[in-house]
Design a protein around this ligand. Structure first.
Ligand code: HEC
Ligand code: HEC
Ligand code: HEC
Ligand code: HEC
Ligand code: HEC
Ligand code: HEC
Ligand code: HEC
Length: 354
């Protein structure tokens, strides 16, 4: 006799045979509905045993054993220095809320439930069942000031989940800004998250990747401990990066830019296989990639070139900061970087502005 409980709203069965959803699998979560709900009536969705992340930490916590099968310890990961601020802001989450936020008065937050729908989390798709959003930057705001992008009942790609909070939401200005603007496929260049990239010659790509590859936000953002639970919960490297990416200048090493070297062969970069002056700038002048590249993309330049205003300014004759494409690997730059002057006398001696 199988005691299979049906989840009325969605017709999902709690049963040993349910391998699709861990929490609904009797072999994985031996306690069934009781693991998370208390009391008998469950109408309205309240009746949770405890609130928010504490409910989850009951099994996904530092001292929990998973009550059934061992569950991954997310609580420890959430103590790392760079993290989604779940423990500080989850109380602001409302079940009925629509994201991206419609009003600048909305209180910016993130909760486990913003990224996981407890009944249908799946071993292959942790964020299964959640809505998604794709901004349309060219459309600006739509009806009644509401972000005008496409709202989806279910996200198909991970970035559609992230864009609910990291694109044109009315509350994003106070947060970390609109990432979608940097990833836009109409940009001059971008890392290939939404669609394949624009550059057909990227010689540094490591085996397994090529110019038609598509990567995820999670390819760069996530747990800095590769043997710990996956996901953008917490990391030793800000902002929530899976590996170190030094943005301050200093000696180059395999460690300082590990994040980039996961996908871009260090020997190729320092061997000047693309930009003929990588080695000089990165290894000899000790300059971080960040002086020249934006890790997401650039609306105005090819090759993710976006000079960092912290170190780069106009040349002595006022030119730039400007990046002009030349033959591959031999661009012209007009700027002043940490006192080194690349001025417009390089271009036929004409004074700036040309
Ligand atoms: C892993 C924890 C967990 C388990 C196990 C679980 N629930 Fe839930 N349930 C939740 C959470 C959390 C909510 C609130 C919705 C949210 O924020 O995701 C909820 C909401 C509900 C709701 C409100 C309507 C809805 O769908 O949102 C009902 C009804 C419900 N659960 C029934 C059940 C039943 C029946 C079972 C057993 C078959 C069950 N739950 C097992 C965590 C769980
Ligand atoms: C009764 C213990 C228990 C509780 C309570 C619980 N989980 Fe789980 N959860 C598990 C187990 C066991 C697994 C499977 C092993 C693993 O991936 O950690 C799991 C897996 C997951 C996964 C991975 C995807 C999957 O379905 O395999 C996610 C995401 C997840 N849980 C989120 C949550 C969230 C969010 C909460 C709180 C609302 C929660 N869990 C509460 C036991 C629990
Ligand atoms: C429900 C809203 C929400 C969702 C969904 C969300 N985030 Fe966040 N995220 C936040 C909040 C709030 C912060 C804290 C900083 C801020 O306000 O921007 C944050 C911070 C971050 C940071 C660190 C930024 C910094 O400046 O330290 C990264 C990186 C990040 N999120 C990536 C992601 C990725 C990748 C996804 C999708 C897998 C995602 N986020 C989904 C709300 C969200
Ligand atoms: C998960 C893999 C991955 C990581 C990590 C990664 N990249 Fe890339 N990168 C790619 C792929 C794939 C392409 C090819 C896109 C194309 O063909 O346009 C690419 C292309 C580029 C380009 C050329 C883009 C163009 O349009 O010319 C630059 C510059 C670049 N990456 C810099 C970096 C830097 C700097 C880092 C570290 C912050 C980094 N990448 C980390 C996968 C990655
Ligand atoms: C190729 C690696 C890579 C990919 C892919 C990537 N990021 Fe980032 N992201 C970074 C790096 C590196 C930084 C830090 C940049 C810096 O400080 O110059 C960053 C910064 C951020 C920040 C902090 C604010 C900001 O813009 O600097 C947020 C939020 C963020 N990323 C979210 C996302 C989201 C959402 C996605 C997917 C749509 C994504 N990232 C894809 C590498 C990546
Ligand atoms: C900003 C979105 C976001 C938030 C907030 C978030 N998660 Fe996740 N989580 C993810 C994503 C995305 C993955 C899938 C990563 C992958 O498979 O690459 C994941 C994976 C997981 C897993 C599976 C880990 C593994 O190794 O398979 C568990 C368990 C989990 N999350 C629990 C939680 C709990 C508990 C909380 C709250 C304390 C939480 N998550 C908050 C996005 C989030
Ligand atoms: C002084 C500015 C500068 C710095 C610093 C710099 N780059 Fe570049 N990089 C460029 C330019 C310019 C190009 C494009 C050359 C062209 O115009 O054809 C480029 C192209 C690339 C490409 C695309 C082609 C390829 O090699 O596959 C990658 C990847 C890349 N850089 C990665 C990095 C990484 C990783 C770092 C840090 C370790 C870094 N760059 C530091 C200026 C710089």
């Amino acid at each position: 006799m199988v005691a299979a409980l049906l989840l009325a709203a969605s017709c999902i069965a709690y049963a040993a045979s349910n391998r699709d959803y861990s929490h609904m699998n009797k072999l994985v979560n031996t306690e069934g509905c009781k693991a998370c709900h208390a009391g008998r009536g469950m109408s309205g969705g309240g009746m949770l045993k405890s609130g928010r992340e504490k409910l989850c930490y009951g099994c996904h916590g530092i001292n929990s054993t998973g009550r059934g099968r061992a569950a991954s310890d997310i609580e420890s990961v959430m103590q790392k220095s760079s993290r989604h601020p779940v423990e500080d802001t989850a109380y602001l989450h409302k079940r009925s809320e629509v994201l991206p936020a419609q009003s600048p008065m909305a209180q910016r937050h993130v909760a486990c439930s913003d990224c996981h729908l407890s009944h249908v989390t799946s071993p292959g798709k942790a964020w299964n069942g959640l809505p998604g959003y794709r901004p349309s930057p060219s459309l600006g705001l739509g009806k009644a000031g509401r972000p005008a992008g496409t709202y989806m009942k279910e996200a198909r790609f991970e970035y559609e989940l992230c864009y609910r909070c990291h694109s044109d939401g009315a509350d994003s200005g106070g947060g970390s800004g609109d990432v979608s603007l940097e990833m836009e496929p109409s940009n001059m260049s971008y890392h290939p998250v939404e669609i394949a990239g624009r550059n057909s010659r990227v010689p540094s790509l490591v085996q397994g990747l090529n110019e038609t590859s598509v990567i995820k936000c999670g390819s760069c953002h996530g747990n800095s401990d590769p043997s710990g639970p996956a996901g953008p919960h917490g990391s030793d490297y800000a902002p929530l990066l899976i590996a170190e990416y030094r943005t301050a200048d200093g000696p180059e090493s395999a460690i300082s830019y590990t994040l980039c070297y996961i996908c871009h062969d260090r020997n190729s970069i320092l061997g000047d296989e693309s930009f003929r002056s990588h080695r000089n700038h990165v290894a000899l002048q000790n300059l971080s990639c960040k002086n020249c590249h934006n890790a997401h993309g650039s609306s105005s330049n090819r090759h993710l070139i976006e000079f960092d205003s912290m170190g780069v300014s106009n040349a002595s004759d006022g030119a730039g900061p400007l990046y002009l494409l030349g033959a591959p690997g031999t661009p012209k730059c007009f700027l002043n970087c940490h006192g080194a002057d690349h001025n417009s006398s390089d271009i036929n001696g004409n004074p700036w502005p040309w």
